[in-house]
Design a protein around this ligand. Structure first.
Ligand code: PLP
Length: 419
């Protein structure tokens, strides 16, 4: 087998395979291996879906044990032992310690399924059609999620009018000092603003695909207050920023807010198996039985691996590792910025959801190509794709981190030298 088959038969829509044209075969921890046995450090991690690294031993063995018997694999929303364990782990290990009493909806397997369900629910709860969404947001590829996404290329898709969305400037979008929360409060409360009260506001606390733009604590608290005071529901899309990417399980813990609805997916299953949930404050769980569905909402393999992944958040060794890594990434990204002051504009993101903005003097795409040739897989985001996402697996060890930052430094040096 070689990659010619993809060029001949796979749709032109494919993207990553063009940038990284190797035939991948196996993966362990921070590394993926191609069929020749060459290893690459993977700092894309399924776009944030493999926070625990590839084939985490405890998560994988839970699935192996489950598969070794004739366990039930697909069950719609029937009751299964695997789902009971997942819910129990979510309630006792994650929600309870944080004093959250969310009900858990299983909508369908992907992130966009969760956002669609969340938006349908807030419209049903409030009887209002409009949703406020932010500049540079990305919420998924199905039509409702496209409508609330800010990215131009995403919004160009769909081919139909994108109704019932009012776009707001995200924190820092207009300028570092522009108070977007004041603008929000103004259009919600001032007579004559000409904007109908929305059902909800949907936001990412850090905009993953939008270029790792980070909402401040004060912005998030203001948005929560404005929502509460005006009967607007707050949806936090924690699909990429949640499940530990920022260093805490939920990305909004630092701000101390309690969104009305939280959507999770990506790293929720821990092993890269599709799984998503909608966490709903109990008073808003007004679904009628069967009113929302999805064939793959009963993916028991994902429940098994998800429960194993969630249980890591009760393991002191794992928590110490995450704290260590958070400090390491902070120091190392600082050093990278200092090493290339003319070619890196700024640090981006927060916690382990981090990266750097590459200055217009060089092209992030060239840094990615150079890093790949040296054995590091990276991607960029943002409207002009100049923000390098430096996503380490939460489980990475010092040696692999040294390798990754060594490669990053050499790649910048090469691109700058050639430019
Ligand atoms: C913040 C956010 N929301 C939603 C999605 C969509 O998730 P999925 O691709 O699983 O539908 C993504 C995917 O990148 C995302 O980053």
């Amino acid at each position: 087998m070689n990659i010619a088959i993809f060029n001949a038969h796979e749709s032109d829509v494919r993207r990553y395979g063009r940038t990284f044209p190797v035939l991948l075969d196996s993966a362990a921890g921070p590394r993926v291996f191609d069929v020749t046995g060459r290893g690459y450090l993977d700092f894309i991690l399924g776009s944030g879906a493999l926070n625990y690294g590839h084939n985490h031993p405890a998560i994988k063995s839970a699935l192996q044990e489950y598969l070794a018997r004739d366990s039930i694999l697909l069950s719609l929303d029937m009751y299964t032992e695997a789902k009971a364990r997942f819910i129990s782990e979510m309630v006792t290990g994650i929600l309870g310690p944080r004093s959250f009493d969310y009900k858990i909806q299983f909508p369908g397997p992907t992130g966009t399924n969760a956002n669609e369900a969340a938006m349908a629910l807030v419209r049903k709860v409030t009887g209002r059609p409009t949703i406020f969404a932010f500049s540079n947001s990305f919420h998924g590829m199905s039509l409702g999620s496209l409508c609330v996404s800010g990215s131009e290329s995403t919004r160009d898709l769909g081919g139909i009018a994108k109704h019932d969305v009012v776009r707001l400037p995200y924190d820092g979008f207009i300028s570092p000092d522009f108070p977007s929360q004041d603008y929000l409060e103004c259009i919600v409360t001032k007579p004559g603003a000409g904007v109908d009260l929305p059902a909800a506001i949907i936001l990412e606390t850090i905009q993953a695909e939008g270029g790792l733009n980070t909402a401040s604590v004060s912005f998030l608290r203001s948005v929560e207050r404005i929502c509460r005071e005006n009967g607007i529901l707050l949806i936090v899309d924690d699909i990429q920023a949640g499940s530990g990417r920022t260093g805490s399980f939920f990305s909004f813990e630092e701000a101390g807010i309690t969104p009305d609805i939280v959507t999770l997916s990506k790293s929720l299953s821990g092993l890269g198996i599709p799984l998503s949930v909608v966490l709903i404050r109990p008073e808003f769980d007004i679904w009628k039985p069967g009113e929302h569905s999805g064939t793959f909402r009963g993916n028991n393999m994902a429940f098994v691996t998800g429960a194993a992944a969630l249980s890591l958040w009760r393991d002191d060794g794992f928590l110490d590792q995450v704290s260590w890594l958070t400090l390491e990434m902070d120091t190392r990204l600082d050093q990278l910025c200092k090493a290339f002051p003319d070619h890196i504009t700024s640090r981006k993101g927060r916690g382990l959801m981090c990266g750097v903005e590459v200055a217009p003097s060089i092209n992030a795409r060239d840094v990615i190509a150079s890093a790949f040739a040296r054995g590091l897989i990276l991607e960029s985001s943002g409207p002009d794709r100049q923000v390098l996402k430096v996503f380490a697996p939460l489980t990475i060890e010092k040696e692999a981190l040294d390798d990754a930052f060594g490669i990053l430094t050499e790649s910048f040096e090469e691109v700058i030298h050639e430019g």
